[in-house]
Design a protein. Structure first.
Length: 232
């Protein structure tokens, strides 16, 4: 089976400019691979660098060393060396991301927020809106809210809109940063079901989850990020 995503020797640190230029090392030597249909769960305490790893894969953070290879047919794109234009293209065609927080344009209705990835990929707006409605319904977002901006929603409702948007497109790689953190047990079960469906369709998933029950249901492999702790 081919590899959808591979990290090799990846390192990240931050320079604290307001603290006299102190250099804060986060992770070093991060190495793992994920195949189509697999879910790798990153584990470790808060501050271990789990979210930084996801953001490096997505291209939001630049890694200082190493390779982040994303499968593109028979070839690979190295996110660590990709141009901003290449990274934006990967986000449209290859890598989906569900963060802990919904970042949506103010005053845009929830159904348009969810449908946007399909529209950007070229789907007709009507068809995209229909699929968005199905996903919102599945995640128990009440229909009267669909025409309202998500900024007016509760935290749990915003997270469900966020999940609906992230899961709607069928992208080869999906990154999940605490997708169930604000959800009740019923909606947690929906999300684990969505993850199982993505895996069956061949998506490679990298997730951060602190809920042991959710982790045990979705993980094919658990990667302890503390093994990549950077030397002080």
């Amino acid at each position: 089976m081919s590899i959808a995503l591979e990290l090799a020797g990846v390192a990240k640190s931050f320079t604290m400019h307001l603290q006299g230029g102190i250099r804060l090392s986060v992770v070093s030597g991060v190495t793992f691979a994920v195949r189509p249909g697999e879910c790798a769960v990153l584990s470790g305490p808060s501050g271990a660098g789990k979210s930084s790893v996801l953001k490096m894969i997505f291209g939001s953070y630049r890694c200082e060393r190493g390779r982040i290879l994303v499968g593109q047919g028979e070839d690979y794109v190295d996110v660590a060396r990709a141009s901003p234009r290449q990274i934006l293209a990967l986000r449209r065609t290859t890598i989906g991301y569900v963060s802990q927080f919904l970042r949506a344009v103010p005053r845009v209705p929830a159904i348009e927020v969810v449908a946007e990835p399909l529209v950007l990929a070229g789907a007709p707006r009507e068809a995209a809106a229909k699929r968005a409605a199905e996903m919102l319904r599945r995640l128990h977002v009440p229909a009267p809210l669909w025409g309202l901006p998500p900024a007016t929603f509760s935290g749990g409702e915003q997270q469900r809109v966020n999940i609906a948007r992230g899961f709607l497109a069928d992208l080869p790689i999906l990154l999940l940063d605490e997708p169930t953190a604000s959800l009740d047990s019923e909606n947690c079960a929906v999300v684990t079901g969505l993850i199982a469906e993505k895996k069956k369709r061949g998506a490679a998933i990298v997730a951060i989850v602190h809920d042991a029950h959710v982790r045990d249901r979705i993980a094919d492999v658990v990667i302890d990020v503390t093994q990549f702790a950077a030397a002080a």
